[in-house]
Design a protein around this ligand. Structure first.
Ligand SMILES: [Zn+2]
Length: 405
């Protein structure tokens, strides 16, 4: 617009004579001015027309490559029957019929939310009965850490379960014999405590029906009795029987002393037993009762069993400190061997753990063959005072804290 106005003086400059120019000037100026005004008006009108309106400017949406149909907005207000009630009343019916039937085209199809794909657990859960490479690798770790003897065969049997429970117990894990995330974290973490690092055995450990041991609790220093006691001193009934080393050495000393007094023919019928081994004894005994008394209930069979067999966890054999000493082929009670042992065992750190006299306190019937190692000092005190282990712990302030249920 301004360009045109500026050109006007150039045109007037081309006029031939000054005189003529002077005459024409007023008229020209008027005409030019008028033309300019008209031009301005025209251009303004044109530009207004060409100018995009506000509405046109706003949606500057970049057209997508594949234009998607804009979904028709679903009406937000759904008329309720109440709104149509006046009509219904007028026509003598409820009015529901007057509600607009929803247009299926307007109803948005719900987008199916993708169901989360379950991420496969990278850590296996291994329990008794499992087989394979993962079991084998776990067994190798347990052997390396001193919990399992023998070779890693990839079969998760009783021995592996016992070893795993001991590992879990020493490493403050739930001793359930099932290897899951927490167990694998510790076993593969490089910080696992080995069997040698387990807390030392407490020779005064009290174990009974009131104070049971948990599944994984196991003495820290087990030895094979055959490795500690020569066969010339006594017979080990079952090969591979283990016990706490200190207790086993005391047993050897005691039996050698009995031998020196002219007694021999001793046999060790049982020493250390794992929780699961005790459980198997219970199961076998209950099955025997069931066989002999088919009309007995399971609980009656168990009750009968518990008269003579300690429930798993409540047997002192799980401590590795108890020995069943017998004479092969005869009933032990009344033998010379039994009499000698009952008289002298406390000199070697042992006590006759279950007597008829203390039955009410110990919860077990008399067992003349069951000897428990407690250490010489404690054994002397118990004999002198005629205390059973429960009484000793009570008097010495050694009662363990009960687990709160
Ligand atoms: Zn016993």
């Amino acid at each position: 617009m301004s360009v045109n106005i500026e050109r006007t003086p150039e045109r007037t400059a081309r006029m031939p004579s000054r005189k003529r120019r002077a005459a024409l000037t007023p008229l020209l100026r008027t005409l030019i001015a008028a033309a300019a005004v008209v031009m301005i008006v025209l251009l303004c009108a044109l530009s207004t027309k060409l100018m995009p309106t506000a509405q046109e400017i706003v949606p500057t949406a970049v057209p997508s490559a594949t234009p998607e149909p804009t979904p028709t907005p679903v009406p937000t207000i759904t008329p309720t029957p109440a709104i149509y009630a006046p009509f219904g009343a007028q026509y003598g019916f409820g009015g529901e019929e007057l509600l607009p039937t929803p247009d299926p085209a307007l109803t948005p199809t719900p987008v199916p939310t993708p169901s989360p794909v379950p991420t496969p657990s990278p850590v296996p859960v291994l329990r008794k009965g499992a087989k394979g490479e993962q079991v084998r690798q776990m067994q190798e770790k347990l052997i390396e850490l001193g919990y399992l003897d023998g070779e890693a065969d990839g079969i998760f049997g009783n021995d592996t379960a016992d070893a795993l429970m001991a590992f879990q117990s020493v490493n403050s894990l739930t001793a359930d014999g099932v290897a899951g995330k927490n167990t694998f974290e510790v076993i593969n973490g490089g910080q696992a405590l080995s069997m040698d690092e387990a807390p030392p055995t407490d020779f005064l450990m009290l174990v009974n029906r009131e104070y049971p041991m948990d599944k994984g609790q196991r003495p820290s220093d087990l030895v094979d009795l055959e490795d500690v006691i020569p066969s010339s001193v006594c017979k080990i009934k079952y090969e591979g029987t283990q016990a706490n080393e200190t207790a086993a050495l005391a047993l050897r000393t005691m039996l050698e002393a009995a031998q020196a007094d002219g007694l021999d023919n001793f046999q060790i019928s049982s020493a250390y037993r794992t929780y699961s081994e005790q459980q198997r004894l219970v199961d076998n005994s209950a099955a025997e009762y069931q066989k002999n008394y088919p009309d007995w209930s399971r609980s009656k069979c168990l009750s009968a069993t518990y008269n003579t067999v300690a429930p798993a966890g409540t047997s002192e054999h799980q401590t590795g400190l108890a020995f069943d000493i017998t004479v092969p082929g005869v009933s032990f009670t009344g033998t010379e061997q039994q009499k000698w042992l009952h008289k002298h065992c406390h000199e070697y750190g042992f006590v006759v753990r279950f007597t008829e006299e203390k039955r009410k306190i110990t919860g077990f019937i008399a067992e003349s063959w069951h000897f428990r190692y407690v250490g010489v000092e404690a054994a002397q005190v118990m004999v002198r005072n005629d205390w059973c282990l429960e009484e000793y712990c009570e008097h010495m302030g050694l009662m363990p804290e009960k687990d709160e249920e």
